[in-house]
Each structure stands twice: as structure tokens, then as C-alpha cells.
Ligand binder design. Structure first.
Ligand SMILES: Cc1ncc(COP(=O)(O)O)c(C=O)c1O
Length: 417
């Protein structure tokens, strides 16, 4: 058992605290040099600095009080939500919510969908189900666990997009929503949202598009003329979209958005409590207190980069992904699991044990991202991976050779998120 630390006496100077933090982080992963396949997103030093400065300007403001005390935060939040609504071709009555991350955005969308189903069915509070691809993010599992909703998982087609016929077969009269991803995290492809939208309209169910990864960058891939499947409110069945600012919006954490086609449905999902001594308590988020800094930083980064900045990033990201794919495919034993729609790559092998490849990559100082089915390596690439490509590919080649040599050995690596 580890020794429990006693509460500190206090009085530690900044210099001492800083020294201790530096010591604590000494063996953290070197994400700045592309050694992490997920967790951190990066464009360039200027975007990072602008996000940090704007965050620090509003470090103490609480976005919970934006309506009554911090009108600046409210104004910036409105701008950010307007930018998203226009990016996703939302109708005039649509509305959004600024949240702490993809999981919260998804939870709010699922709650809105459940509440809408209940209203439509005369307040019926019986058991409901959600139909989603096997590749949809576990944030849906979490939301459904919290709300006692059963999940039905649809299989994928060989190109790793959800099989729309399989989705259809799982829908029944107690399906409160269906889901498509843009893109899904495991394989990096965008589901056929147009077909899912037609299905949603035909069956009268809510379609949520999880664009947590792609939302704030995919439109710029498309603007650059790169073939990128559409996923937004242009499809009539799309009722809500989650899109994370803190991923490919390159804004500081915690920051995400969720948008609702019908603004009234977003308002109905607002949480209101009246029965306590302080009077009416109302929030549109799961959390109460939340950082004003996140809102200011997102506002600053979006305004700083603008369309031209994001198009430039999209151009550079696309070139980098293409280069990674070409280099990986040039290694005989490896093949891509799917052709990436954006920046997530996933590759596998028919001849070597990818868990052994992962072991070798780990020994060479990379945090190996893995997928379980099919067993493969995985990375969500952003700009610091560009400079790391030559080293990564050289190490990958030697990792594949090592795995071949060790064939039959028991691998230590497992697919963990
Ligand atoms: C497709 C997808 N949806 C949702 C999420 C959850 O986002 P968060 O970690 O911000 O809660 C992720 C996280 O990577 C994701 O990849």
C-alpha cells in the first residue's frame, strides 16, 4: 500500500513548486515531438500562444455567470456558436451549447433526443434504445449508462463505414435516436450520413452526428476541394451534431460544442431546478461552474485562424496524412484498415502480430495507439506529427522486423484508449 501524504503545511514558493512539477513530469511522454498518437492537438506556436493568452485573460471568470455577470463571456460564446452554426449550414432556428468536451456534448444530445421521444409519446417513460455503429465512441455508452438506455450496435461494411441496412434492422418503435460518426475514432472514416439521414426521416427517429473529431476541420478539407463526405444540417434527418473545439479546432481544453437543428429542443434540454432556497437554477450544460477562459480562448483562436487559417491547416494536415499513408503502405507487411477521410490512420498486418509491433514501438519511445478489431496501430495526426514522420517510419520498419523475429512471443501491449 502506498503511504498517504499528509496535508501540506503550506508556504511553498513558486520556484519550489515549479521545480517539483518539472521533476514530476520528467518521464511524461514527449508529445511535443509527436510521440503521442492522441490526447494533444497542435497547429503552430502562434495558435498555441493566442489560445493560452486569451485563456489567461479570462482565467478567473466563471462562464456559469455569463448571463448575469460576465457579458463578455456570453458575447464570445454566442460568436463561437454562431460560427459553428454557419459552418454546419444550420437553419435559422438552430441553436448550440458550449460544453467541456465531446462526452458532455454527446450526453446533452442524447438527453435532448430522449426527452423529445418522451414528449412525442405522451410522456411514456419506459425503456428506450439507441442504435449506433460498433465504431461509435464510448461516450455514447456512458450517456446511455447514465440514462438507462440500451445500446444496439450495427456492424460495419468492409470500408469501415456503418452498414446502413444493419442500422435499419435494429430500429424499432422504442429507438430514441441513431448515430453516425464524422469520423469514427477507430478507423477514421465518415459514416454515410446522407443515407443515415434518409433512414432517420423515413423512420421518424433522431439522427445525431458525432463530429467531435472532424467537426471544426472537415469543412475546410471540403473547401480545399479534397473529397470529404458531408455530414451536417444540409441533410434533413440530422437533428444534432457534436463538434469538439479542443480537438481539430486547435482550441485549449476544455471546449466543445453541440448543435440542435431545432432550437426549441435545445431549450427543452436546459436543466432547471426551482426547489431550493436560492430560487431558479438553470444551466444548459451538465457542469455548473465552467472556465470563462475556455470560451475566450476558443473565440480568440477561431478569430485568429478564420477560414484562411483553417484551410491552410487542412491543406497541411492532408499532405501529412497522405505522406504517412504512402510511407506505411510502402512497408510490405502493413496495410491500411481504411482510407482515412481526415487525420486518423489505422493500419494492420496479415503477417505480423501488431501487438508485438506495438511492444517494439513502445521500447523505441513511442506511445503506441492500438485498435482491437482489427488488431492494428492507430494515430490521430496533428501538426507535431509532421516533423516526427521520418523517425516514426524508420522505427516502424524496425519494429515490424523485430515483431517478425519474435513471432510467437507473448505481446505485452493491449489496445487501451
Ligand atoms: C469520435 C469521438 N467522439 C467523442 C469523443 C469524446 O470526446 P472527449 O474526450 O472530449 O470527451 C472522442 C474522443 O476522442 C471521439 O474521438
Amino acid at each position: 500500500m502506498t503511504q498517504r501524504k499528509s496535508f501540506p503545511e503550506g508556504g511553498a514558493s513558486w520556484d519550489r513548486l515549479k521545480a517539483e512539477m518539472d521533476h514530476l513530469r520528467a518521464d511524461d511522454l514527449d508529445w511535443r515531438h509527436g510521440r503521442s498518437p492522441l490526447y494533444v492537438f497542435y497547429n503552430d506556436p502562434e495558435t498555441l500562444e493566442i489560445g493560452k493568452r486569451a485563456f489567461m485573460e479570462f482565467f478567473s471568470e466563471n462562464a456559469l455567470g455569463r448571463k448575469r455577470a460576465f457579458h463578455s463571456v456570453q458575447a464570445m460564446e454566442n460568436d463561437v456558436l454562431d460560427f459553428g452554426l454557419s459552418l454546419f449550414s444550420a437553419p435559422p432556428e438552430a441553436k448550440g451549447v458550449f460544453t467541456s468536451g465531446g462526452s458532455e456534448s454527446i450526453l446533452l444530445a442524447m438527453k435532448a433526443a430522449r426527452d423529445a421521444w418522451r414528449r412525442q409519446h405522451g410522456g411514456d417513460r419506459g425503456a428506450l434504445n439507441l442504435v449506433m455503429p460498433v465504431s461509435a465512441h464510448p461516450a455514447f455508452d456512458k450517456a446511455c449508462a447514465l440514462m438507462d438506455i440500451t445500446i444496439r450496435r450495427a456492424a460495419l461494411t468492409p470500408d469501415c463505414r456503418v452498414d446502413v441496412a444493419a442500422m435499419e434492422a435494429l430500429i424499432d418503435e422504442r429507438t430514441m435516436a441513431i448515430v453516425g460518426s464524422a469520423p469514427c475514432f477507430p478507423h477514421g472514416v465518415i459514416d454515410d450520413i446522407e443515407a443515415l439521414s434518409s433512414l432517420a426521416v423515413a423512420r421518424g427517429v433522431w439522427l445525431h452526428v458525432d463530429a467531435c473529431v472532424g467537426g471544426w476541420i472537415a469543412p475546410f478539407f471540403a473547401m480545399n476541394g479534397r473529397p470529404t463526405p458531408a455530414f451536417d444540417f444540409r441533410f434533413a434527418g440530422v437533428r444534432s451534431i457534436s463538434a469538439d473545439l479542443h480537438k481539430f479546432g486547435f482550441c485549449p481544453k476544455p471546449a466543445s460544442t453541440v448543435f440542435f437543428r431545432n432550437g426549441a429542443e435545445r431549450d427543452q434540454a436546459t436543466f432547471v431546478a426551482e426547489e431550493w432556497p436560492n430560487g431558479r437554477f438553470e444551466t444548459s450544460t451538465l457542469v455548473g461552474t465552467r472556465p470563462g477562459g475556455s470560451v475566450a480562448a476558443a473565440w480568440a483562436v477561431l478569430n485568429h485562424l478564420g477560414t484562411s487559417g483553417y484551410r491552410d491547416i487542412a491543406q497541411r494536415l492532408a499532405a501529412m496524412v497522405d505522406a504517412y499513408v504512402a510511407d506505411i503502405e510502402a512497408i510490405d507487411e502493413l496495410r491500411m484498415v481504411a482510407a482515412p477521410d481526415l487525420t486518423i490512420i489505422n493500419f494492420t498486418s496479415d503477417t505480423v502480430d501488431m501487438a508485438l509491433v506495438a511492444d517494439e514501438m513502445k521500447a523505441l519511445g513511442w506511445l503506441p495507439g492500438m485498435t482491437r478489431s482489427p488488431q492494428g496501430l492507430h494515430a490521430m495526426l496533428s501538426m507535431f506529427h509532421d516533423g516526427a514522420r521520418a523517425d516514426y517510419i524508420a522505427d516502424l520498419k524496425s519494429a515490424v522486423s523485430g515483431a517478425r523475429r519474435n513471432a510467437g512471443a507473448k505481446a505485452g501491449s493491449e489496445a487501451v484508449y
